[in-house]
Design a protein around this ligand. Sequence first.
Ligand code: ATP
Length: 456
Amino acid sequence: MNKLTMDKLVALCKGRGIIFAGSEIYGGMGNTWDYGPVGVEIKNNIKRAWWKRFVQESENSFGVDAAILMNSRVWDASGHTASFSDPKMDCKKCKSRMRADTLISAHAKGAVNPDTMSNEEMQEYIAKHKLVCPKCGNCDWTPIRQFNLMFETSRGVTDENQNKIYLRPETAQGEFVNFLSIQRSMRAKVPFGIAQVGKAFRNEVTPGNFIFRTIEFEQMEHQQFCKEDDSSAFYSQYKEKAMNFLLDIGFAPEHLRFKDHDKLAHYAKAACDIQYLYPMGWEELNGIHNRGAYDLSRHQEYSGKSMLYTDPFNGEKYVPNVVEYSIGADRLMLAVLCEAYCEEELEGGDVRSILKLHPALAAYKVAVLPLQKNLSDAAKPLYERLKKRFMTAYDDAGSIGKRYRRQDEIGTPFCVTIDFDTLENETVTIRERDNMQQKRVSIDEAEKIIEESLRV
Ligand code: ATP
């Protein structure tokens, strides 16, 4: 069958109400995307499954929903004001701005790692290999400069009295600045975790790739606060937990791999990514970092508030270490869609496109389909009943085959068909998306089958 390309996925998402280009009627706005009725359900389900695993089912994990706009001192403490930047250069011919490191990565295919190169070394590489502008094909670049990725805005009561503030470039600081409040209010004992799902904003220059890298995105993060001696064990534990979560929501093991960072931040003890095999190749899906005591120590220094934790058992005082696990909800959505998409040739030569989503992630869990339009009166009460428990679609337009295809394309795991027997004995036909098998069951049984499929 045909290979999935990003263009094909973008077209499917647009046509089936999953994801649309942002501000489309005005010609769009680069690297912004809007989730449609089907997409918002899938994304919410991804976030729900993540929260269930990393908060609900994780002992001593606490959720938080911190403000996007924070005191700008937070970003001084975190180091973002000084050094949250990408190496960029402009094409002198067509004026496109490009990231030097991504241009080199795409060319070198692993032979060199731009993360370990200085701007001068990258410039030399680009000149030596004559790397051209992907937009106009010329090799005439301005010198590489570092550009800060934070979006600035201002806050003030009068025009003269404006303070510069930032849209947060990551959610992590919301977890760190609430460490003391959460520890005290929840009487939490180290080790414990703080999790958050929320928006982050980065003024990124990107080479496309749909929702892989956008300027506005959501992160799902878990920060584990622990003693220094325990941090390596938690790092390994979170690597395993992060991988298991992906496998449990339907990823094939051969499409995922760990990749250690070649260059560590000066405070970090270890860092790795889980990469996924996207249509454009292996790229980061999530990161896991053993960050030492850097984050809380910096906030202690900049805020003047003590971040010392006192061990209730032996009175030992220390600034907790952090093991961070961070994954983009949108980047995971992209990986989930790529992983789920497939095409099957049917008898007679027709091709059906399917999103083989884990039922827990599917937008609609079931579609109610009256076999013929004159069965709508019998089908409506079933629809009313099912939608109280599950996201349920209803479709009575077109042939039954076409209606099945429409549900397959958006990943609905079950279709329930109402026919004349339903009127006699209250049974329905339930069809499974992946193997297209159908069986006749009572309505109670159909509900049970759907319910059981939703476990992650
Ligand atoms: P990258 O190397 O891809 O720029 P990063 O290492 O800067 O990512 P982190 O700051 O560690 O990423 O962010 C954690 C996670 O947030 C990433 O693994 C990714 O899933 C997601 N993420 C980061 N930047 C973006 C973005 N611009 N668009 C969508 N998701 C993002």
